[in-house]
Design a protein around this ligand. Structure first.
Ligand code: XIL
Length: 337
């Protein structure tokens, strides 16, 4: 990847030393990170829930440990995320906070948050997911939260987040990150496109679209057919996004092996072929420079708990298996880049 100007990376978690986890503190997992990755992103440790236990306090202990590890190993760091703009992912205190009348208190809470993170880390974080998942896939409209309602609405909230981030971290890449994908979801894509157009029209400083890329195989249709069927609409979307001047980041790649039988070899082959088709399309865009997976090993993938397979088998969504051995998907990523 490096010889082509591409950075490969992964999510990483905090854990106690020696824990069985997808963490730098697990030596076997750390060895994979150090072998393959040029850039890391904290899986949860920079989210509001992790760093801001209440309105008045910040706690950076766990993220600091991740950053210290990355720096010691010469890896870059992404900041995920300065605002996960959905009620279910905001901390409880922010949803129940007394914002009072007017927009002052909500403005203070949000700007203070972004200032505190950006001033603390400066250029040590090279790219921020300033806003995560603001578009409702069902309607294409922006979500609202207690914070955004108190601040005069979602659009004003998102604009303020990006403007504050640019002022505090002028050298960092600022990303709007979402999970609209190539499997469908035309309404979701249209909503994201409208948001990105609006940012440009209002002069809001957004540099890139983060494409989470939690892609998935949901049917028994042959992979080559899925790839062929899904690509035209997805390309049209990417053409519009890049036409507006946005860079692209693959920020959270993994593959849901849903419409596939239990047989491991069959699943691994299909997942690899699907990932290859996706990456070939994506890497055709010179605006794409960073490719990050949401975890290196199936064993620690968030999907095992967030969306387990119906048949109880471990999902095979990541480049390495539960024993940290490379799978066909690892090969496919290597070959695609
Ligand atoms: C997930 C983590 O992997 C889980 O551990 C946590 O419980 C929930 O969040 N999109 C995102 C990520 O932007 O922050 C999510 O991470 C996965 C989906």
């Amino acid at each position: 990847a490096a010889t082509k100007g591409i950075r490969f990376g992964s999510a990483v978690a905090w854990a106690a030393a020696g824990a069985d986890a997808g963490s730098f503190a697990n030596p076997a997992y750390a060895a994979l990170l150090e072998h393959d990755c040029a850039i890391l992103v904290p899986e949860n440790e920079l989210k509001w829930q992790s760093i801001r236990p209440d309105a008045a306090r910040f706690d950076f202990t766990r993220f600091d440990a991740i950053l210290a590890y990355a720096e010691a190993k010469g890896m870059a760091m992404r900041g995920h995320t300065l605002l996960w703009h959905q009620r279910r992912w905001m901390p409880g205190w922010a949803e129940s906070h007394d914002y009072g009348a007017g927009t002052a208190e909500a403005t203070r809470i949000l700007t203070e948050h972004i200032q505190t993170v950006c001033r603390r880390y400066g250029a040590r974080i090279t790219s921020y997911d300033v806003v995560n998942e603001a578009v409702d896939p069902a309607s294409g409209a922006l979500y609202e939260t207690a914070l955004s309602q108190a601040l005069g609405g979602a659009q004003a909230t998102l604009d303020l987040a990006f403007r504050t981030a640019r002022a505090e971290a002028p050298g960092a890449q600022l990303v709007y990150n979402d999970y609209m994908g190539w499997e469908g979801g035309a309404t979701h894509r249209a909503g994201v496109l409208a948001l990105l157009r609006g940012f440009r029209d209002r002069g809001v400083p957004v540099d890139a679209l983060g494409i989470q890329s939690h892609i998935g195989i949901y049917s028994a249709t042959p992979i080559a057919t899925l790839v062929a069927n899904q690509s035209p609409a997805w390309r049209a979307f990417l053409d519009e996004v890049t036409g507006l001047g946005y860079k692209l980041v693959i920020s959270e790649l993994d593959v849901r092996d849903t419409g596939l039988p239990a047989d491991v070899a069959t699943r691994d082959q299909a997942v690899a072929e699907y990932a290859r088709g996706y990456l070939d399309l994506m890497l055709g865009y010179p605006q794409l420079r960073d490719v990050l997976v949401w975890g290196m090993s199936d064993k620690y993938s968030w999907l095992q708990s967030f969306e387990p397979r119906a048949d109880g088998q471990l999902r095979r969504a990541c480049p390495y298996d539960a024993a940290l051995q490379p799978k066909p998907m690892q090969n496919a990523i290597h070959a695609a880049i």
